[in-house]
Design a protein around this ligand. Structure first.
Ligand code: ADP
Ligand code: ZN
Length: 659
């Protein structure tokens, strides 16, 4: 049942009812209610006398609503991500399917139909030599491996390579699943796919109405050669005869579901699904996740590269601006340095467009040295410490280490200051310094409405505005022909995130955002402002050097016991009151230590220690990647249950491979 309960339930099939097959929907009693459930398996062991089973009320299907491959994938997700299978079911089935009146069998007239494509069909582009070579290498690699990484610089034309591979699958009567991060599901991509593949394209994501989702789900139970383009949850649809899964921008964190359970990673789920279906997987990106690149270099995945942009457009010219020097000489307008102001004025004069990137995620307040730009770091975890105003101390979000605020920077003796500013502030300053420019802002606040994101992109592409100010949302595979300059107002917020992936993310975001500059025929320009101009990650961005970034990161990961060498399991405890959650966390930490030793962190008090009236504590485990992870999880589960039995009103949530 679609409930966050631990166990599945067993019911009796009453006399006279047809035998329910695995995957069929049944109506069953639970307490005083009746609920729609899915038959998982037939119970064959004898049931003890004293247990009185309740009867199935009704069998709702004559064909399974969930196929065998789905049930296997659900079970894998539940086991791997340590959640009840009911949570996976809730994420997989469109709400309408729980309605006992809903029917999967042919009905004369359905109220919801898939939209028909009425535009003109366009031919697929011919591949360039490099694209053709990449396509052939991918296919050769698939002969010996299931998964291949296509590492192609921004605008190398990865999408065109995908389309040729898709066409071959559809021609062979196979299905294709094309996964993209939710935010990248723009009409820029779907229009292009529909112009080439017409009605065979089906778009599936959270903004599609539930009726349409149910109809897509129903049609997938009887699969035809189709291209499903979707966000994360599309991996949970029924498939049969799947030939290929493409995971575009595979490094994107939005592939991992955060809240609620199942906290699954769509890339991992896609690889499992492909295995069940005998399909191949293509992971595509300009900036691979460190874990993915490691798998490619160690031979688990195939590796194919494209190093040139399509039509030999040059990669953008990147320039770093030293904020320390600029502030020192008082050559700043608000957060804009003199040289940046000059460049923006020039671009506006030429009738071109500007993208201003300001990451706002940095609301975990931090101290930063005004001299060397470094935040104070944890001695054990190598992540920046977070500033807690209340307790007036610095804390590590990984291990729980705390220290008093140092009077000066521990690295260089410079003065420490609290830092952080957001997109709204930038908008005010733009209005002040470039009053003639037409400005749009794109961030979580301006894109709450369903179509707002698409509207902003459309208006910017039609050049109805000159400057686009945005958070990481503006980094996703979009093409704007008139963008001559991309400016990053402060790269330090990215670098100083209290996260062991901070440098990797910085490289990914800056490379992606730089990729928006100068697409059609002309080299674009990128300006990055920073207090840390000597930082290796910025040097790598400057030279478009992913290899170097990777080598630095993988060495750190090994040294500090992070993935891919260790797996992280994060346990979050929640309770309305602080004392009980602190007690439960201390007990859990102590119990886990007795089993896992120093693989267990201290109790971590997060910087936002109270969310929706719940007090939060964290305990993290790092387990060697080559250990028996299933057994480790079983031992974690036992300790969680031990604690829950003594702290009944505390909630404990497991997050496996947190992002
Ligand atoms: P990527 O996904 O690698 O960032 P895209 O596939 O979006 O790159 O391609 C970048 C641009 O180059 C797009 O505007 C695309 O239409 C164009 N392009 C790429 N390959 C071809 C091709 N073979 N023929 C014509 N145009 C192409
Ligand atoms: Zn630490």
């Amino acid at each position: 049942m679609p409930l966050a309960i631990r166990d599945t339930y067993t019911y009796r099939v009453p006399d006279g009812m047809k035998d329910p097959q695995p995957g069929m929907r049944v109506l069953v009693p639970l307490g005083t209610k009746q609920l729609t459930g899915i038959v998982l398996r037939e119970h064959t062991e004898p049931v003890p006398e004293q247990i009185k089973l309740r009867d199935v009320v009704a069998l709702l299907d004559d064909v399974p609503a969930v196929n065998g491959s789905q049930l296997k994938l659900w079970q894998w997700i539940a086991d791997y991500y340590m959640c009840p299978i009911g949570d996976v079911m809730a994420a997989a089935l469109p709400a309408r399917v729980y309605d006992k009146a809903y029917s999967f069998s042919p009905v004369k007239k359905r109220r919801v139909r898939l939209p028909e494509y009425i535009g003109e069909i366009e031919d697929i582009h011919r591949l360039s030599d490099e694209q053709l070579r990449a396509k052939e290498e991918i296919q050769r690699a698939w002969q010996t491996r299931e998964t291949v990484l296509l590492h192609g610089v921004t605008a190398s034309g990865k999408t065109e390579v995908y389309m040729h591979l898709i066409q071959e699958q559809l021609d062979a009567g196979k299905q294709v699943l094309y996964l993209v991060p939710e935010i990248a599901l723009t009409t820029q991509l779907t229009d292009r796919l529909q112009r080439v593949f017409g009605d065979r394209v089906v778009v599936y994501h959270s903004r599609v109405s539930d009726g349409l989702r149910a109809e897509i789900y129903r049609q997938q139970l009887n699969p035809q050669p189709r291209l499903i383009v979707g966000a994360r949850s599309a991996v949970l649809l029924p498939f049969d005869g799947l030939g290929l899964i493409i995971v575009d921008e595979e490094h994107e964190t939005s592939y991992k579901q955060q809240e609620p359970a199942p906290r699954y990673h769509a890339r991992s789920a896609a690889i499992m699904l492909a295995r069940q279906q005998g399909a191949k997987v293509l992971l595509g990106t300009a900036t691979p996740a460190v874990e993915t690149y490691y798998n490619a270099l160690t031979g688990k995945y195939g590796l194919v590269s494209m190093t040139h942009r399509y039509a030999d457009v040059e990669l953008p010219r990147v320039e770093l601006i030293d904020l320390e020097r600029q502030y020192h000489r008082k050559e700043m307008y608000g957060h804009f340095s003199d040289p940046l102001v000059d460049k923006i004025r020039q671009v506006l004069k030429d009738g071109k467009q500007v993208i201003l990137f300001q990451n706002r995620r940095g609301y975990a307040p931090q101290l930063q040295c005004t001299q060397c730009g470094q935040p104070p770091r944890c001695v054990q975890c190598d992540v920046p410490l977070t500033y807690h105003r209340g307790a007036n101390e610095l804390r590590c979000h990984y291990c729980g280490y705390t220290r008093p605020i140092p009077p000066v920077c521990p690295e260089c003796g410079g003065e420490l200051k609290v830092r952080g500013f957001g997109t709204e502030r930038v908008e005010d300053e733009v209005a002040q310094f470039f009053p003639e420019a037409r400005v749009l802002r794109m961030d979580l606040d301006t894109t709450r409405q369903k179509t707002a994101y698409q509207d902003i992109i459309d208006r910017f592409s039609r050049h109805e505005c000159d400057i686009l100010i945005g958070t990481q949302m503006v980094t996703k595979g979009l093409h704007f022909d008139d963008v001559a300059l991309v400016a990053v107002l402060n790269a330090d917020h990215l670098m100083n995130q209290p996260d062991f992936r901070a440098y990797e993310r910085t490289f990914q975001m800056l490379s992606q955002v730089a990729g928006r500059a100068g697409r059609k025929g002309k080299q674009g320009e990128v300006v990055i402002q920073t207090f840390r101009k000597d930082s290796p990650v910025l040097r790598d961005v400057l030279h478009h050097n992913y290899e170097s970034l990777y080598q630095d990161q993988i060495a750190e990961r090994e040294l500090f016991h992070y993935p891919p060498f260790y797996r992280i399991i994060e346990l979050t405890l929640r309770h309305r009151c602080e004392a009980p959650v602190a007690d439960a966390a201390a007990l859990l930490q102590q119990r886990l230590r007795s089993v896992f030793g120093d693989r267990v962190s201290g109790v971590v008090v997060p910087s936002i220690a109270r969310v929706q009236n719940n007090h939060i504590r964290l305990v993290r485990l790092r387990i060697e990647a080559n250990a028996n992870i299933a057994r480790a999880k079983q031992m974690v589960r036992e300790q969680m249950e031990y604690v829950l039995a003594r702290h009944k009103s505390t909630q404990i949530i497991a997050d496996v491979d947190p992002q």
